[in-house]
Write a protein that binds this ligand. Structure first.
Ligand code: HEM
Length: 119
Protein backbone atom coordinates (compact mmCIF):
# COMPACT_ATOMS: atom_id res chain seq x y z
CA UNK A 1 0.00 0.00 0.00
CA UNK A 2 1.15 3.55 -0.64
CA UNK A 3 2.35 5.66 2.28
CA UNK A 4 -0.31 7.96 3.73
CA UNK A 5 -0.09 11.67 3.01
CA UNK A 6 0.73 12.07 6.73
CA UNK A 7 3.82 9.90 6.31
CA UNK A 8 4.85 11.54 3.02
CA UNK A 9 4.70 14.98 4.65
CA UNK A 10 7.27 13.76 7.18
CA UNK A 11 5.10 12.48 10.03
CA UNK A 12 4.25 14.14 13.32
CA UNK A 13 7.45 16.16 13.65
CA UNK A 14 7.07 17.79 10.23
CA UNK A 15 3.35 18.40 10.75
CA UNK A 16 3.97 20.16 14.07
CA UNK A 17 6.48 22.41 12.33
CA UNK A 18 4.13 23.06 9.39
CA UNK A 19 1.27 23.94 11.78
CA UNK A 20 3.48 26.33 13.76
CA UNK A 21 4.54 28.04 10.53
CA UNK A 22 0.94 28.32 9.29
CA UNK A 23 -0.18 30.10 12.46
CA UNK A 24 2.90 32.38 12.44
CA UNK A 25 2.38 33.26 8.76
CA UNK A 26 -1.30 34.10 9.46
CA UNK A 27 -0.20 36.40 12.28
CA UNK A 28 2.20 38.20 9.89
CA UNK A 29 -0.22 38.34 6.95
CA UNK A 30 -1.87 41.79 6.90
CA UNK A 31 -4.94 40.47 5.10
CA UNK A 32 -5.88 38.12 7.94
CA UNK A 33 -3.71 38.91 10.98
CA UNK A 34 -6.48 40.91 12.77
CA UNK A 35 -8.60 37.75 12.81
CA UNK A 36 -6.04 36.08 15.09
CA UNK A 37 -5.28 39.05 17.36
CA UNK A 38 -7.08 37.49 20.32
CA UNK A 39 -5.90 33.92 19.79
CA UNK A 40 -4.15 31.77 22.38
CA UNK A 41 -1.25 31.05 19.99
CA UNK A 42 0.12 27.81 21.55
CA UNK A 43 -3.40 26.36 21.81
CA UNK A 44 -4.22 27.33 18.21
CA UNK A 45 -0.97 25.77 16.96
CA UNK A 46 -1.84 22.52 18.74
CA UNK A 47 -5.34 22.51 17.27
CA UNK A 48 -4.06 23.19 13.76
CA UNK A 49 -1.44 20.42 14.13
CA UNK A 50 -3.94 17.80 15.30
CA UNK A 51 -6.45 18.86 12.63
CA UNK A 52 -3.75 18.62 9.94
CA UNK A 53 -2.60 15.25 11.25
CA UNK A 54 -6.08 13.79 11.28
CA UNK A 55 -6.91 15.28 7.86
CA UNK A 56 -3.90 13.63 6.24
CA UNK A 57 -4.45 10.15 7.65
CA UNK A 58 -2.33 10.42 10.78
CA UNK A 59 -2.99 9.11 14.28
CA UNK A 60 -3.96 12.37 16.03
CA UNK A 61 -7.43 12.78 17.43
CA UNK A 62 -8.63 16.30 16.62
CA UNK A 63 -10.68 17.59 19.54
CA UNK A 64 -11.53 21.03 18.19
CA UNK A 65 -14.77 22.02 16.58
CA UNK A 66 -15.85 21.11 13.04
CA UNK A 67 -14.94 23.64 10.34
CA UNK A 68 -18.52 24.87 9.86
CA UNK A 69 -19.07 25.48 13.60
CA UNK A 70 -15.63 27.11 14.00
CA UNK A 71 -16.07 29.61 11.19
CA UNK A 72 -19.83 30.23 11.31
CA UNK A 73 -20.71 33.90 11.67
CA UNK A 74 -17.15 35.13 10.99
CA UNK A 75 -18.21 36.47 7.56
CA UNK A 76 -14.98 35.22 5.93
CA UNK A 77 -14.59 36.23 2.28
CA UNK A 78 -12.86 34.51 -0.64
CA UNK A 79 -9.77 36.73 -0.47
CA UNK A 80 -9.25 35.72 3.17
CA UNK A 81 -9.71 32.08 2.24
CA UNK A 82 -7.05 32.39 -0.49
CA UNK A 83 -4.73 34.13 2.00
CA UNK A 84 -5.05 31.19 4.42
CA UNK A 85 -4.41 28.66 1.64
CA UNK A 86 -1.40 30.68 0.40
CA UNK A 87 0.07 30.67 3.93
CA UNK A 88 -0.47 26.91 4.18
CA UNK A 89 1.32 26.32 0.86
CA UNK A 90 4.20 28.60 1.93
CA UNK A 91 4.50 26.62 5.20
CA UNK A 92 4.66 23.37 3.21
CA UNK A 93 7.43 24.76 0.99
CA UNK A 94 9.40 26.00 4.02
CA UNK A 95 9.27 22.48 5.41
CA UNK A 96 10.55 20.87 2.22
CA UNK A 97 7.26 19.29 1.13
CA UNK A 98 7.34 18.29 -2.54
CA UNK A 99 4.96 19.54 -5.20
CA UNK A 100 2.91 16.32 -5.37
CA UNK A 101 2.13 16.48 -1.64
CA UNK A 102 1.52 20.25 -1.84
CA UNK A 103 -1.12 19.55 -4.48
CA UNK A 104 -2.83 16.96 -2.29
CA UNK A 105 -2.98 19.35 0.67
CA UNK A 106 -4.25 22.12 -1.61
CA UNK A 107 -7.10 19.89 -2.76
CA UNK A 108 -8.03 18.97 0.83
CA UNK A 109 -8.03 22.63 1.93
CA UNK A 110 -9.97 23.82 -1.11
CA UNK A 111 -12.63 21.18 -0.49
CA UNK A 112 -13.41 22.86 2.86
CA UNK A 113 -14.29 26.21 1.27
CA UNK A 114 -18.05 25.73 1.49
CA UNK A 115 -17.79 25.22 5.27
CA UNK A 116 -15.70 28.36 5.80
CA UNK A 117 -16.52 31.17 3.35
CA UNK A 118 -19.66 33.24 4.14
CA UNK A 119 -21.15 30.66 6.50
C1 HEM B 1 -9.18 25.57 4.57
C2 HEM B 1 -9.09 26.67 5.32
C3 HEM B 1 -9.13 26.65 6.84
C4 HEM B 1 -8.89 25.63 7.71
C5 HEM B 1 -8.50 24.18 7.41
C6 HEM B 1 -9.06 26.18 9.05
C7 HEM B 1 -8.87 25.47 10.23
C8 HEM B 1 -9.07 25.95 11.49
C9 HEM B 1 -8.91 25.20 12.70
C10 HEM B 1 -8.49 23.72 12.78
C11 HEM B 1 -9.20 26.01 13.74
C12 HEM B 1 -9.18 25.66 15.23
C13 HEM B 1 -10.58 25.30 15.67
C14 HEM B 1 -10.70 25.09 17.17
O1 HEM B 1 -9.90 25.65 17.93
O2 HEM B 1 -11.62 24.37 17.60
C15 HEM B 1 -9.54 27.31 13.16
C16 HEM B 1 -9.89 28.42 13.90
C17 HEM B 1 -10.03 29.68 13.37
N1 HEM B 1 -10.01 30.03 12.04
FE1 HEM B 1 -9.77 28.76 10.50
N2 HEM B 1 -9.39 27.50 8.95
C18 HEM B 1 -9.44 27.82 7.62
C19 HEM B 1 -9.74 29.06 7.08
C20 HEM B 1 -9.90 30.21 7.82
C21 HEM B 1 -10.04 31.55 7.25
C22 HEM B 1 -10.05 31.88 5.75
C23 HEM B 1 -10.11 32.42 8.30
C24 HEM B 1 -10.23 33.94 8.25
C25 HEM B 1 -9.23 34.66 7.83
C26 HEM B 1 -10.06 31.64 9.52
C27 HEM B 1 -10.13 32.15 10.80
C28 HEM B 1 -10.12 31.39 11.95
C29 HEM B 1 -10.24 31.98 13.29
C30 HEM B 1 -10.37 33.46 13.62
C31 HEM B 1 -10.19 30.89 14.19
C32 HEM B 1 -10.28 30.94 15.72
C33 HEM B 1 -8.90 31.14 16.26
C34 HEM B 1 -8.87 31.02 17.78
O3 HEM B 1 -9.71 30.32 18.37
O4 HEM B 1 -7.98 31.60 18.37
N3 HEM B 1 -9.93 30.30 9.19
N4 HEM B 1 -9.46 27.24 11.80
Amino acid sequence: MNASLHERLGGATAITSIANDIVELHQQNPRIAPRFAGSDTPALKRRVATFFSMGTGGPSEYEGQAMLETHRGMNIDCAEFIAVVDDALEALRRNGVRQREQEEVLFILYSMKADIVKV
